[in-house]
Design a protein around this ligand. Structure first.
Ligand code: UT7
Length: 337
């Protein structure tokens, strides 16, 4: 293992808007109940960024600033910025450019990565490639989505699911056997219609008609996605465990994308994992798309120890899905805030 360079997460950071949208609030907006939402999804409340002038880059830059502060580095030291998002501030420039400017990361280049709920996982693996090849030493990988900007708050089948947030990590090279070890990543575009936003792109450029038909909002066939998500996530998690000779007992934490607690429970059962080894915060934040996984890492950071075995797993629109096995690279130091 000795001298091989791996990309390791060396810091995590996040930003959550203050405004809470509870199940009780939603039950006044659409025909739903706290009981339905909580039983079917595990969600109790989510955060919303109501300010129309503040978008995904606002949240991502704040997560980025927290990472720089915690790591004690200057913005100029960042080499690459990757923003995983399906809710960029604009089609172009990339949200990564806006974040780069806000951070003052004058030595960095960057880009956005679109892989829906697998966005952070794909971005993490993309960033790791720059580190492993020696092309970069400090890569900022942030998952950020202002899902409220593409949510139809008259559609009870989607509006109860999503929230706004940003969270991310700093990747740096290590040679002590920690860091990203293995990944299984998949795309199957045949499933694209089950989870998409039809309007606004080059296929359906925005017109009065596309807006009247609500094509600028998330469309999801929940039942269809549910079925493939359970199988897809459980299969990749099992495959990554087998390939690395890991049993449920070897894994300190599963870090699953937070779309539905029932999906997460099914994956944990397949991995033979005790429920207290599963990071679960969907009740507080809902599905924040690209932000769910780093938000979990942020919430559990203080419990993680160097060399803990972590499996990250995600499933999302596209379809896109995958799992990454990593060995945690540091003992966190509790900050006095
Ligand atoms: O993050 C990216 C990947 N996305 C996912 O992984 C999401 C996967 N899908 C899901 O999590 C679930 O399918 C949902 C949470 C979206 C829906 O749960 P479900 O158990 O699959 O419900 P369903 O769509 O089968 O709907 C069951 C019933 C329907 O009524 P009928 O047709 O049985 O009369 C819905 O109209 O529940 C109704 N329903 C609701 N009722 C109260 C749907 N949404 C609501 C609601 N409140 N908010």
């Amino acid at each position: 293992m000795g001298c091989q360079i791996h990309a390791a997460i060396t810091t995590v950071g996040h930003y959550l808007p203050e405004t809470r949208l509870t199940n009780a609030d939603l039950s006044k907006m659409v025909d739903t109940t706290d009981d339905w939402i909580h039983t079917r999804t595990g969600i109790k409340e989510r955060r919303i960024l109501p300010d129309q002038k503040r978008a995904t880059s606002y949240m991502a830059a704040r997560a980025g600033k927290e990472i720089l502060r915690k790591r004690g580095i200057e913005p100029e030291e960042i080499d690459v910025i990757i923003i995983a998002t399906v809710t960029p501030d604009m089609f172009f420039p990339a949200t990564a450019c806006l974040v780069q400017a806000e951070l003052g990361a004058t030595g960095a280049w960057g880009f956005d990565l679109s892989a829906a709920c697998s966005g952070f996982l794909f971005a993490l693996n993309t960033g790791a490639g720059f580190i492993e090849s020696g092309r970069a030493e400090k890569v900022l990988v942030i998952g950020a989505d202002k899902m409220s900007s593409i949510t139809d708050y008259t559609d009870r089948t989607t509006c109860v699911l999503f929230g706004d947030a940003a969270a991310g990590v700093l990747l740096e090279p290590v040679n002590d056997g920690c860091g990203l070890i293995d990944s299984v990543l998949h795309t199957d575009g045949r499933g694209w219609e089950s989870l998409c936003m039809l309007g606004g792109g080059s296929l359906n450029p925005p017109t009065h008609d596309t807006v009247d038909r609500k094509m600028h909002y998330i469309h999801q066939d929940g039942r269809a996605v549910f079925k493939v998500a359970v199988k897809g996530m459980a299969d990749v998690a099992a495959e990554i465990m087998e390939r690395n000779q890991l049993t449920g007992d070897d894994i300190r934490y599963l870090v699953p994308h937070q779309a539905n607690q029932r999906i997460i429970d099914a994956v944990a059962r397949r991995m033979d994992l005790d429920p207290n080894r599963v990071m679960l915060n969907i009740s507080k934040y809902g599905n924040t798309t690209a932000a769910t996984i780093p938000l979990c890492l942020n919430d559990w950071e203080n419990e993680l120890k160097k060399e803990d075995n972590i499996v990250i797993a995600a499933f999302g629109g596209g379809f896109t899905w995958g799992a990454t096995y990593l060995r945690w690279a540091y003992d966190s130091v509790t900050e006095d805030v």
